[in-house]
Design a protein around this ligand. Structure first.
Ligand SMILES: C[S@@+](CC[C@H](N)C(=O)[O-])C[C@H]1O[C@@H](n2cnc3c(N)ncnc32)[C@H](O)[C@@H]1O
Length: 166
């Protein structure tokens, strides 16, 4: 619902953020937060993130990308619908500037393992940690995540960087 994006943008007024979301209530909620917090550094595109990356963004232009709790698609037969697949990792890596970061987080163990395998196999990326990363301080805990952690659920962060040279 934009809570995390708004908090990160508020804490980093010198950075510009582009939020990609298809779900109208999520877009509306972030617009409300932008107005309440007087944020001048967030733009929203309500469209499929894969198409936006493919058709609207130039290569080497992003300082970083946040993919927090993408839909886990729990059923094995639905795994192909997961966002983080090899072609998407290659596309997103190209959009990062050399040295730019890709930070993903999930509370679904099986998806975390898929993310680690897919991102580790992408030649343009390198892991900043040995496996999963500690949660970077800039990623706030959402209410949803706090509730999950209280119930004993785990969360996995992954922080990769686009290599400077190949
Ligand atoms: C489980 S929610 C997590 C939302 C938020 N990142 C958070 O941490 O609370 C996943 C969100 O991703 C959006 N989404 C899934 N696939 C998308 C895509 N291809 N393009 C844009 N948004 C997408 C869904 O609409 C949904 O709001």
């Amino acid at each position: 619902m934009g809570e995390t994006t708004a908090q990160i943008a508020e804490a980093n007024p010198g950075n510009d953020y582009l939020a990609l979301e298809v779900h109208t209530p999520g877009v509306g909620s972030l617009l409300k937060l932008i107005e309440e917090k007087h944020l001048g550094n967030v733009r929203i595109i309500q469209h499929d993130a894969v198409e936006v990356l493919h058709d609207m963004l130039a290569d080497n232009m992003l300082d970083g990308a946040h993919i927090f709790f993408p839909d886990p698609w729990h059923k094995t037969r639905h795994n192909k619908r997961r966002l983080i697949q090899p072609p998407f990792a290659a596309l997103l890596a190209r959009k990062l500037r050399p040295g730019g970061y890709l930070h993903a987080a999930t509370d679904w163990r099986d998806y975390a393992a898929q993310m680690l395998a897919v991102l580790s196999a992408e030649p343009l990326l390198e892991n900043t940690a040995a496996g999963y990363a500690p949660r970077p301080a800039y990623r706030p805990l959402t209410k949803f995540e706090q509730r999950g952690l209280r119930l004993g659920h785990e969360v996995w962060d992954l922080v990769f960087r686009r290599k400077k040279d190949l």
